[in-house]
Ligand binder design. Structure first.
Ligand code: NAD
Length: 267
């Protein structure tokens, strides 16, 4: 039985994760962490998540539950995640990280922990999205250098703070890598005013932020005469949460390293 603690347990993903751990026969809920000083410290995390009393109280510091858990699931913010990595490396814990929006420096800092603890880091934990990445690889190889323009379009709820989404960037990276391109060189993230026609090799990104959209991604391969669209639509956060719990069970049996969902799913 994998003992899981959830940091950011009062957040959108945090509350969904409580639900997902409860439903998983191979995992048990060992604790939940809220922001330091939060008035939610001491609350029953089952009640917080709307699944009924679980007799596990939210704490506002990881140190308070250090002996209780094996794997920490973290869907918070980049600087919080980096601090948690340091804590978990020091205390022999494992991590599943869903936080997105890390800068290049923050990604490098995350990478520096790869030899200090086992971690799964993925901008999207859904099984469907990770299969979609495989489909994109195939499509890009077949079409990308044959005159098909590639565009990535994503839509999320109005509260999302980073753009484009980590998943859109990952999709763009997979396509770019399959074609020997890089997003640094070929990614186009803004088109405003007289920006001229698109180039053959650019990979364009468009972002929608509206209402309660959980997460939608389309990669378009368009040429004269036809258009192929590969689309994934998430309709519930449970898909990410279930993937994260599966990753937690999996990483419990791994040695130090940075892994992705493709490793967890054996894709
Ligand atoms: P949210 O704002 O609802 O939740 C974040 C929570 O973190 C908040 O409750 C906040 O109080 C808490 N927090 C902040 N600092 C903290 C600290 N020091 N200690 C403990 N808790 C702290 O956001 P969300 O929609 O749940 O998304 C969180 C992150 O997960 C974002 O980066 C988002 O893009 C990402 N996300 C990833 C996936 C995936 O599959 N990888 C899916 C959905 C969301």
């Amino acid at each position: 039985m994998t003992r899981i603690a959830i940091v950011g347990v009062a957040g959108r993903m945090g509350r969904t994760l409580v639900n997902a751990v409860q439903q998983d026969a191979g995992a048990t809920l060992a604790g939940g962490v809220v922001e330091p000083g939060s008035s939610l410290a001491g609350a029953d995390i089952g009640e917080l998540a709307g699944v009924g009393k679980l007799d596990v109280r939210a704490v506002d510091s990881l140190a308070a539950i250090v002996d209780d858990f094996d794997v920490l699931i973290d869907f918070t913010a980049p600087q919080v995640t980096l601090a948690n990595l340091a804590f978990c490396a020091e205390h022999g814990k494992r991590m599943v990280i869903g936080t997105t929006g890390l800068s290049d420096d923050e990604l490098a800092a995350l990478d520096s922990f790869a030899d200090k603890l086992p971690m799964v880091f993925a901008p999207n934990m859904s099984v469907g999205v990770n299969l979609t990445l495989k489909l994109l690889e195939t499509a890009a190889r077949a079409l990308g250098d044959e005159g098909y323009d590639i565009e990535v379009i994503e839509a999320h709820h109005r509260h999302k703070v980073d753009a484009p989404s980590g998943t859109a960037l990952k999709m763009g990276e997979v396509v770019a890598e399959s074609l020997g391109r890089t997003l640094k060189e070929h990614g186009v993230f803004e088109r405003v005013g007289q920006c001229g026609p698109r180039s053959d090799t650019e990979i364009g990104f468009a972002t929608v932020r509206a209402g309660d959209i959980v997460g939608e991604h389309t990669v378009m391969f368009a040429t004269e005469g036809e258009r192929i669209e590969i689309t994934h639509k998430a309709s519930s956060r449970m898909t990410f949460a279930r993937g994260a719990v599966r990753a937690a069970r999996w990483v419990a049996g791994q040695g130090n390293g940075r892994y992705g969902m493709q490793d967890v799913l054996g894709l």
